[in-house]
Ligand binder design. Sequence first.
Ligand code: OGA
Ligand code: MN
Length: 274
Amino acid sequence: MEATVLQDNFAVQIDGVDLSTLDGDGLAEAKQLWMENKIAIFTGQDLNDDGLLAFTERLGPLFVHVQQNILGDGPDEVMYMSSMDAVAPVAGDLAWHSDQSYTPGPVFATILYGITIPEDGGNTLFADLAATYESLPDDLRAKVDNVKACYSPVKKGRPRRRPMKDDQIDELSDIWHPLVRKHPYLDRKALYLSPNHMTNIGDLSEEDSDALLEELIIHASKFVYSHRWTPGDVIMWDNTQVMHRRDSFPSTQPRFHKRTGFHLPDELRTPVAA
Ligand code: OGA
Ligand code: MN
């Protein structure tokens, strides 16, 4: 295993492993590197669904997306994210978010496996929200410490690219999580930002919440890693520590990824205030 950290404490590239068989000490080492650096990029993978699932399951309880109507034909735990999908195509850009922040126990890690990559665009960008928190000036820090925010799957003015059914929306009443949360295993705090889903911060109006969010996004933009995909890349990110977004890509160029994820154990699943 060869590990290279790409930015300050952010994004580690791991070469020379086969995820379908990675286990034991090697797996533990990779998981620790990932937690410390918040994103791990494994290069040169060739995985079928079973191999991808087996790797994911060795790291934690398997995640199934709450939005049942985009799960497709394969196993529910492997999402096919394709721009060529007739029912739920992946298209264009995607705004900053953290996966499933609008659920009571959001997914810990998302794993995205790149198979077909457009020639132009379609990068995935990640912002380090632990570094962002550390860098906040005192006045901003006072606005985020000891505050909760409301996370919703249907934010006004942000229609979902792959719409949710009404009964699914009804099941997810607005969820409040701490805006600054503790890492489940490390002594580290991070902002919990999912701008695409956050409606209110503390007792601020939606308008004032959005203004504060914009300020926080400006700080976060100093700590961004942008990934240009190569087929065979697997990226695993920590949804408790980073937010991510996707750059647009031309609709004429196919893009296909497979996605899995794993949860924290039950007793750590609910985000805890720092
Ligand atoms: C996701 C996601 C980013 C991408 O699947 O949750 O944000 O680059 N994907 O497609
Ligand atoms: Mn996402």
